[in-house]
Design a protein around this ligand. Structure first.
Ligand SMILES: Nc1ncnc2c1ncn2[C@@H]1O[C@H](COP(=O)(O)OP(=O)(O)O)[C@@H](O)[C@H]1O
Ligand SMILES: [Mg+2]
Length: 256
């Protein structure tokens, strides 16, 4: 079993979108996939059409009290540990507990025979929940918007990683993914060049294409299900293949 956490403290980087859609694509490739929503905003849960969730269904007690993870809900052939807004309260509870930031990592070990891949969606912060998710990972997948904002956030990311490695010296970034790329914009081309010089390994950029992403959220369906022949579906398949390759998931990927 491999645990990948989609991590970037900036909001709007595509963490949630990639967690949902890479997760669904991996399932269509035959992997047994568990998704974990660690964002109290619960976008992943909503965009899979699985909300609203009760707090007992979330990772709350695992984080707060070192309890085993709850049974997942099933949605679109995936297993999901959903989020609810109450998850925001867990950060206060974790603060006073030594080792709390490793609770998720500890309990994911119990599931290692049950899943091939666990994908964790982080909140847009560097708070306790973000640390919980990052420290649970075998590797991080870091989406970086191809914007000034994305570049500015990199310093904070590097600093956070350095801190996490004090606890998990083996924690690495399996893949950086440039996102929301508009190749018609000269500024985006220049920013992408900076990312190509500074980040490794770096995926092919995921283009900015609004409609299908937004509409699939409203429909509560992964893109490969909602619009399987759209250009966005091709983007999803490409980035999924790149993730498989970068972190060496032992999966037979069709169409290669
Ligand atoms: N390639 C894309 N092009 C345009 N909009 C996108 C794309 N990918 C995601 N979005 C939209 O951008 C918003 C932010 O993405 P999201 O996955 O929520 O980022 P994060 O989880 O990092 O905050 C969402 O509304 C999402 O539907
Ligand atoms: Mg999100």
């Amino acid at each position: 079993m491999r645990v990948l956490t989609f991590f970037n403290h900036a909001g709007g980087a595509m963490k949630t979108s990639l967690t949902r859609d890479v997760g669904y694509a991996l399932a269509t490739f035959g992997a047994r996939v568990l998704l974990i929503d660690l964002d109290p905003q619960a976008n992943l849960t909503d965009w899979l059409g699985a909300g609203p969730a009760e707090v007992e269904q979330t990772a709350f007690e695992t984080a707060a009290s070192d309890a085993p993870l709850p049974a997942p809900v099933e949605v679109h052939g995936l297993h999901l540990i959903p989020a609810s807004v109450d998850l925001a309260m867990v950060e206060g509870r974790m603060m006073g507990v030594v080792g709390a930031q490793l609770h998720l990592r500890n309990h994911l070990r119990d599931l290692r025979e049950r899943y091939d891949v666990v994908l964790v969606d982080s909140p847009p912060s560097l708070g306790q929940l973000a640390v919980l998710g990052a420290l649970a990972a075998d590797q991080l997948v870091v989406p970086v918007p191809v914007r000034d904002k994305g570049l500015r956030g990199l310093t904070g990311l590097t600093e956070a990683l350095r801190t996490y490695r004090k606890v998990r010296p083996d924690l690495s970034v399996g893949l950086y993914v440039p996102t929301l790329y508009n190749r018609q914009r000269r500024h985006d081309q220049e920013t992408l060049e900076v990312l190509q010089r500074t980040l490794s390994p770096l995926a092919t950029p995921v283009p900015q294409r609004e409609a299908v992403w937004l509409d699939s959220n409203t429909a509560g369906e992964p893109v490969l299900k909602y619009a399987p022949s759209s250009p966005v579906a091709a983007d999803v398949l490409r980035v999924t293949r790149e993730v498989v390759e970068a972190v060496r998931l032992p999966l037979a990927v069709p169409g290669e």
